[in-house]
Design a protein around this ligand. Sequence first.
Ligand code: DP6
Length: 329
Amino acid sequence: MPLDFAPARATAHANIALAKYWGKSDLVHNLPAVPSISLTLEELTTETEVCFEPGRQHDDFVLDGRPATRKELQRAVALLDRVRCAARIDHRARVTSHNRFPTAAGLASSASGFAALAAAATRAAGHDVDRTALSALARRSSASAARSIYGGFVELCAGVPGADELAARQIAPPTHWDVRLVVAFTAAGPKSVSSTEAMERSRSTSPFYDAWIEAAPGWSETVKRAIHDRDLEALGVAMEQSTLAFHCCAITSQPSTLYWGPATISALHTVTALRADGVPVWSTMDAGPHVKALCEAEHAPRVRDALTHTPGVLRVLVSTPGSGVEVSP
Ligand code: DP6
């Protein structure tokens, strides 16, 4: 076992689910109840540095220049504990992480955050693992993070309760299809309810949860085929249904989780109006108020302008298909 550990740095990108994960089949192992498919986004980046230090008493986590909250620290420590256990070390770590997202955007960063932390921590512990193991490690902290280990178009299958090895896999590289994701930010600040809590509320209280579980694999299959065929319309229709269906579960749970604000609805209408005007573009959302529009590269300027001029939209960002996690030295 090495006595001194050099710091390691990792860069990971956020991803947008084109077919959504919502709900868990195993809470303990954090296994998704449905398959999901995503696109990794180059412009939304997290950079993380980890150093295991002999003599350090506690793990220390600085996120975007401020000390992490208790909850954020707990989630990071859980991942670090897994790495320490696998690497057979007991040093505590110093972790520094920066989200290169527009400030105060309230955009989900757990996917890129845990993907970068998993990669940096394993390298810093001198315990390099392959991408499959890295994806499974990130998945235990946040299922969407399993997908950010890979670039381009990525699949995460549903988990079988108890089977803890589940990892994502790439189904097509970023160069496969020159699409754009146009992100319309409709609110500042973090989201009201975490996705973990909201999906658990959906599972335990929404009358539509069982219907969601039944329908979701079909949307995933359609999206996968559409990526293979580069068929944006087939992908877009399934993606919108998948989005609205999981939000339906969230909205109809008890207490209700309504992530949408007035500008969310305006932005959704903008996408529908663009389509009526002949622009091939479809919308999607995560567990938050922002609206994301998927189109081919040539239509991105028109989509960006229409969303920029939508009442309540604070700013718009255009993202390209991104690469998988990178770690150094
Ligand atoms: C709506 O991956 O954040 O963005 O596994 O509990 O951390 P945990 O949940 P998380 O959920 C993401 C939900 C989603 C859909 C998706 O990304 O597939």
